[in-house]
Design a protein around this ligand. Structure first.
Ligand code: PLP
Length: 366
């Protein structure tokens, strides 16, 4: 039995390594592993979310509520938009990307991704028969090459992905550049991925009232500490949100993810502290790593930092392995299109973990 042609031709997506994988491979205690590979929140979830999950757990024999109104309202309040401008997804922001593809992509359409960026866009959209067209990120200046995006537009372009702050570079795309691209053709959907916007304390959500072809993707996996619950959301014009709701899986927000999301959003103190600790952690890592002369540490507005390691004498695959042997998981960025084999990405951690990481990094590089 053969799958569809696109499926037989595509590669699997390579996510960051898990603690279990590393513990098994290197015979390390799982609890001793420091995970800096997947841009998660190291401080744990909101205690209010945990309490709500515990209280709901006895109801999981029942299907989830299909009425997401209360959660949608909380997202709208948090984002400062109208309820009609919000859609919620149950496999995180990844589900939102998937539903966008299902809603808008026809076989043979093109989508533009400036490289390097989040690789999941391409992985998902190709499954619907769309063709990636690459624009570029100016790695010298560490900013979007906006003209490369404009030049890549053809009459087949259906979507343009603008990740801000961009994963893996950590940099923002300016509002002016996003607006400039959105103005070109109102039939091209401009997907602005704000998975990490809280760490930059900047949003483009105001643009959805100006441009009906802008769609903002957000997630609860980062600042909100719910990566394991898989909740994402999107902000756009009511017309686009209505289309998305027609396509979105009805029960993808589970009972537990629903209460976790709702109670985290109501826990303002948790959210504020999570942002503050994230920014402090990033600054500490940036300052300490910048002291190592062989590293090219890029400034970041996100919860991770991209590091060029060409001068260390290691390739990313080698350095990643050396760190893993010592219980540190970092992201080898070789699989990111648009980067060569000399980049790693590290996520923010708790201060104790940060200190241990810096110590081990110095040890491995000396
Ligand atoms: C830029 C970007 N967008 C979306 C996602 C997906 O987030 P989620 O966990 O909500 O699926 C990620 C995950 O790391 C990401 O880096």
């Amino acid at each position: 039995m053969k799958p569809r042609k696109v499926i037989s031709e595509m590669d699997s997506y390579i996510p960051g390594k898990s603690q279990d994988e590393i513990a098994m491979e290197f015979g390390i205690n799982k609890e001793d592993i420091i995970k800096l590979g997947s841009n998660e929140n190291p401080w744990g979830p909101s205690s209010k979310a945990v309490k709500a999950i515990k209280e709901s757990v006895l109801n999981i024999n029942r299907y989830p509520e299909s009425d997401l109104r209360e959660l949608i309202h909380e997202f709208a309040v948090y984002s400062g938009v109208d309820d009609s401008q919000v859609v919620v997804g149950g496999d995180g922001a990844d589900e939102i990307i998937d539903v966008l593809a299902k809603t808008f992509i026809d076989d043979g359409d093109e989508f533009i991704v400036p490289l390097p960026s989040y690789m999941y866009y391409e992985y998902l959209l190709q499954q619907y028969g769309a063709k990636p067209v690459y624009a570029s990120w100016d790695m010298e200046e560490n900013k979007l090459d906006v003209n490369s995006v404009i030049d890549a537009i053809t009459d087949k372009t259906k979507m343009i992905f603008l990740c801000s702050p961009n994963n893996p570079t950590g940099t923002l795309i300016s509002k002016e550049d996003i607006s400039k691209i959105a103005e070109i053709n109102e039939n091209i959907l401009i997907v602005v991925d704000e998975a990490y916007f809280e760490y930059a304390e900047i949003t483009n959500k105001d643009l959805i009232n100006k441009y009906p072809n802008i769609f903002i993707i957000r997630t609860m996996s980062k600042v909100m500490g719910l990566a394991g619950m898989r909740v994402g959301y999107g902000l756009s014009s009511p017309e686009i949100i209505d289309y998305i709701f027609r396509v979105k899986p009805v029960f993808s927000i589970t009972r537990l993810s629903y209460v976790a999301a709702l109670n985290t959003l109501k826990d303002k103190k948790y959210i504020q502290e999570s942002i503050k600790s994230g920014i402090e952690s990033r600054q500490y890592l940036y300052d300490e790593l910048s002291k190592i002369p062989t590293l090219n540490v890029l400034p970041s507005r996100s919860n991770f930092i991209l590091i060029g390691i060409k001068d260390t004498g290691f390739k990313a695959s080698q350095l990643t392995r050396e760190l893993m042997k010592k219980g540190i998981i970092v992201r080898d960025c070789t699989s990111f299109k648009g980067l060569d084999e000399y980049w790693i990405r590290i996520s923010i951690c708790t201060m104790d973990e940060n200190k241990k990481f810096i110590e081990i990094m110095n040890e491995v590089l000396s």
